[in-house]
Design a protein. Structure first.
Length: 250
């Protein structure tokens, strides 16, 4: 019998909801935005009390092992206020990864009316889940300071040139990504998805206008140091145009 995503979610909720260390449980990603397809993973989050990470991850693991053997258990983040474990059940689609994220004290960092990132609340004891107005949420990002940091990064894009001159493709490509393309993407995020400037390329094909997306795709299509050299100028011009639009908006 094939195990489906709803069975996985229901099993985790049934096992974890009685635990008083868990203040709230919610889904993010495709389940929350109603965009689930055959490639969607499960983004399950909990707001928990401090010191409860080990107990709760263990309970989640036991619950999943009651469905099938786990062929993947990996801790991606283990910090004081956040713990992220990835699970995968043997026999399920390779795309059906379970991102199980625990936060201490989280529940107030969702923007009102945000269609990209929002919670589908499964339970909330507090309530600890609440939204804030878009202006307050965006102000917390410190966008003006960050834009200056991006400008300072791109100002150092001459670092790419030495590897172009040495005809060292891998180094030139890596620096092209770091000093030009990554700042450009973040600046474009500031323009088109200002609540989610840190998403980098996650779902970027859904978030940018078609013409902008095509231009960005062309900048990524490089096969030689000569192309990196020529497209570096285009990327920098694109970045500067984007910054100018952002400054007009301010």
């Amino acid at each position: 019998m094939t195990i489906n995503r709803q069975e996985i979610i229901a099993t985790l909720r049934e096992r974890l909801e009685p635990n008083p260390q868990i203040l709230a449980m919610w889904l993010e990603g495709a389940d929350a935005t109603e965009t689930v397809d055959e490639y969607s993973d499960i983004d399950l989050c909990c707001s928990v009390k401090a010191g409860a990470f080990g107990e709760i991850v263990g309970q989640a693991r036991e619950a999943l092992e009651g469905l099938a053997a786990l062929d993947l258990v990996q801790t991606l983040t283990a910090e004081e206020d956040q713990h992220h474990t990835v699970f995968h059940l043997d026999g399920t689609s390779e795309s059906l990864l379970i991102d199980f994220v625990l936060h201490v004290g989280r529940g107030s960092n969702f923007a009102e009316g945000d269609e990209i990132e929002k919670p589908l609340v499964l339970f909330d004891r507090g309530p600890v889940m609440r939204t804030v107005c878009r202006a307050e949420y965006q102000a917390s990002k410190g966008s003006n300071r960050r834009l200056q940091e991006l400008k300072d990064t791109v100002a150092q894009s001459a670092r790419i040139r030495k590897y172009v001159q040495r005809r060292e493709f891998l180094e030139a490509y890596g620096y092209y990504q770091k000093w030009l393309l990554a700042p450009l993407i973040e600046a474009l995020r500031m323009q088109y998805t200002p609540l989610h400037t840190d998403y980098y390329i996650v779902h970027i094909s859904r978030h940018l206008p078609d013409a902008t997306l095509r231009c960005l795709e062309e900048l990524f299509k490089v096969n030689s140091v000569a192309e990196i050299e020529s497209k570096s100028g285009l990327a920098r011009a694109f970045f500067e145009e984007t910054v100018a639009r952002l400054q007009v908006q301010d």
